[in-house]
Design a binder for this molecule. Structure first.
Ligand code: ADP
Ligand code: MG
Length: 248
C-alpha cells in the first residue's frame, strides 16, 4: 500500500480554555475525496489551519507524503504541492480575474515584490487562461474580481488554488453561499479535476448534499473530536452524527 498523501497524528489545538481540536488523527490516500463535516465550532477550520501552517498545533504531527510538515508555513507547503481555498474569500477585489489567477500561480515563485513588480510571465498567462477555461470563467476573465457574484468569486478562489498544480487541496466551505447552478458546476469541476489529475481533496462543507455526492469518505467532528467516519450512507444513518447536528 502506498504512503498516505496526508497523515494527521494526535493533533491538539486550544485557544485559552477552548479545546478546539482534541487528539485528531486520520490519513488521506492519494486520489481520495474526503469530506470533513461537523456542526459550527466543531474545529474544522482550526484543524485545516493546523495542517496549512496558519496555526501551530499544541501537540501532534502533520505528514505530507511521509514528510513531517508540522508548523510549516503555507508558502513552503505550496512547494510540496499542498494548496487550499479559504472559508473567507481571498481574491484581490481590485484585480481582474486573470491577474488574480496569475498571481496565485506565482505564489510558489519568489517574493511578493517580484510577484507584483516582476516581468509578466507568458507561460503563467497561458496556464491561467487554461484554468479560467476549465472553471468556465472565460466571460469574466477581464472583470475586476470584486465585481463578481459571491459564487463566481468562490470559483476564482478554487481556480487560484489549482494554479500551483497541487497534489493535495484543502477546501474550506467551497460551496458556502453559492447558488445551485454554481454549486453543480463547482462539484462537477472538482470531480473532473480529481479524475484527470488524481488530485487528493479534503473538503469542509455544510451543504450535505454537496458533500455526500462529492466525497467517497466522510469524517465527522464534534467539539473537536472525531465522532464518526465512513461512506456517505454510513454517515447519513449514524446516530451519533444525527445527534451532533440536532445539538443532542
Ligand atoms: P468550525 O470551522 O468547525 O466551525 P472553528 O475551527 O472555526 O470551527 O472553531 C472551533 C472553536 O475554536 C470554536 O469554539 C471557535 O470559537 C474557536 N476558535 C477558532 N479560532 C479561534 C481563534 N483564533 N481564537 C479563539 N478561539 C478560536
Ligand atoms: Mg470553519
Amino acid at each position: 500500500m502506498s504512503e498516505p498523501v496526508l497523515s494527521l497524528h494526535n493533533i491538539c489545538k486550544s485557544f485559552g480554555g477552548i479545546r478546539a481540536v482534541r487528539d485528531v488523527s486520520f490519513e488521506v490516500e492519494k486520489g481520495e475525496v474526503l469530506g470533513l463535516i461537523g456542526p459550527n465550532g466543531s474545529g474544522k477550520s482550526t484543524l485545516f489551519n493546523c495542517v496549512l501552517g496558519q496555526l501551530k498545533p499544541d501537540y501532534g504531527e502533520v505528514y505530507v507524503n511521509g514528510q513531517s510538515v508540522t508548523g510549516m508555513r503555507a508558502a513552503s507547503l505550496n512547494k510540496l504541492g499542498v494548496g487550499r481555498t479559504f472559508q473567507q474569500l481571498s481574491v484581490f477585489p481590485q484585480m481582474t480575474v486573470l491577474d488574480n489567477i496569475i498571481l496565485a500561480g506565482q505564489e510558489h515563485k519568489g517574493t511578493m515584490a517580484t510577484r507584483l513588480f516582476g516581468p509578466p510571465d507568458a507561460g503563467l498567462t497561458q496556464a491561467a487562461d487554461q484554468m479560467i477555461e476549465f472553471f468556465r470563467l472565460e466571460h469574466l476573465r477581464d472583470e475586476m474580481a470584486g465585481a463578481l457574484s459571491y459564487g463566481q468569486q468562490k470559483l476564482v478562489d478554487a481556480a487560484m488554488a489549482f494554479m500551483a498544480g497541487p497534489s493535495l487541496v484543502l477546501l474550506d466551505e467551497p460551496a458556502g453561499g453559492v447558488n445551485l447552478t454554481m454549486l453543480s458546476n463547482l462539484k462537477e469541476r472538482l470531480t473532473t479535476y480529481n479524475r484527470t489529475h488524481n488530485t487528493t481533496f479534503v473538503v469542509i462543507e455544510h451543504n450535505m448534499e454537496f458533500v455526500m455526492s462529492l466525497c467517497t469518505r466522510i469524517i465527522v467532528l464534534a467539539e473537536g473530536e472525531i465522532i464518526a467516519e465512513g461512506n456517505p450512507d454510513e454517515i447519513r444513518s449514524n446516530q451519533k452524527v444525527i445527534d451532533a447536528y440536532l445539538g443532542g
